[in-house]
Design a protein around this ligand. Sequence first.
Ligand SMILES: Cc1cc2nc3c(=O)[nH]c(=O)nc-3n(C[C@H](O)[C@H](O)[C@H](O)COP(=O)(O)OP(=O)(O)OC[C@H]3O[C@@H](n4cnc5c(N)ncnc54)[C@H](O)[C@@H]3O)c2cc1C
Length: 392
Amino acid sequence: MNYFGVRDVEVAVIGAGQAGLAAAFHLRRTGYRPDGDFVVLDHSPQPGGAWQFRWPTLTYDAVHGMHALPGMALTDADPARPSAEVIGGYFAAYERRFGLRVHRPVSVTAVRDGDDGRLRVETSQGGYAARAVINATGTWDRPFWPRFPGQQDFRGRQVHSAQYRGPAEFRGARVVVVGGGTSAVQQLIEIAPVAAATTWVTRRPPEFHSGPFGADEGRAAVALVAERVRQGLPPRSVVSVTGLPMTEAVRRARESGVLDRLPLFARLTPDGVAWDDGRTVAADVLLYATGFRAAVDHLAPLRLREAGGGIRLAGTRVVRDPRVHLVGYGPSASTVGANRAGRAAVREVRRLLAETPAGPAGPAAGSGDARAAEDREVPPELVGQVPGPGRE
Ligand SMILES: Cc1cc2nc3c(=O)[nH]c(=O)nc-3n(C[C@H](O)[C@H](O)[C@H](O)COP(=O)(O)OP(=O)(O)OC[C@H]3O[C@@H](n4cnc5c(N)ncnc54)[C@H](O)[C@@H]3O)c2cc1C
């Protein structure tokens, strides 16, 4: 720690969701010491990343294609338990097992250019001077609220899917659900049986795909998002290009008409929503399942955005500042993508730190060892029986 209470580290990992933990695992695996060479900062109260906030009725079996973190399987999960509990417990066990020492709740408020080529990471609990930053802050903190004419005059409730806690609060209400993603579909299916009426509106006609979503389709979908990010455009969510899985529940909901969809309305009225052709639907609640944007406001002082409004990446590296990597962003915003991005970012950061001499502050203690230990595997004492989620 220097005179001003700023701690020098080689790498600051911001966010301890799937992407941040994957990065921390690979730092650890290659010999970087937690709290010496790297630090992991997270502003949520508990382990689990954004999963801890997901609605209690989102059970583990409703989550499709959740990939375990690197180095530790997620075994014996009860499919009927809320995914927030299953994954929260699994992340907690993971952090303990690999000794990742996540600092929480710690909010990163800004990342700026610091002295000696370092990045100054300002937090709610002091500062860090880091030679590289791996940003893994996800999207949960930035729900996207669309704007419509008449919104301020609507007399009912307007909520975002991020606030959804289950169908009970919609009992007897007339609900309009806005948005064409998985959350819209899952929440509609839950709400329809208890609501007085539901209406689904989406900007584009939804595309359902039956049968397994193959590796080729997955790669093609991710490539579409990756191309946007390479061009410096704001990323779209991976799900927005993969389409919606046709599960048994979806099939039943389509047959019963719950998923009959209308195009987006033109405006809100005091009593509901209205289209330009004169059609109206009365509503007590508008539920916006309209997705999220990348939570990267704290990086604004670095001026990473391109004219297109996005942050241009080469792999996980920010083109405008190679000291900064974004993981869980754009094409890596899925559990499998976050795993791969965490690994790729660590590989590049190690290369960068090896090539760039440290400033007068000098390298953090142990970092020489860290680089020498390039391909060292997980320390043997950390390898043991894989614990089940929440059972440690
Ligand atoms: C409802 C829903 C269902 C999903 N289902 C699936 C699925 O079935 N399969 C799949 O592969 N993917 C799914 N995804 C996507 C997947 O959850 C994420 O892409 C993946 O978990 C990667 O998460 P992450 O680490 O990037 O972000 P997060 O899990 O959001 O973690 C980010 C962390 O950063 C912290 N943070 C944010 N800002 C700051 C700050 N300024 N300072 C400090 N800390 C900060 C947060 O507290 C949080 O802990 C789903 C997403 C949603 C929204």
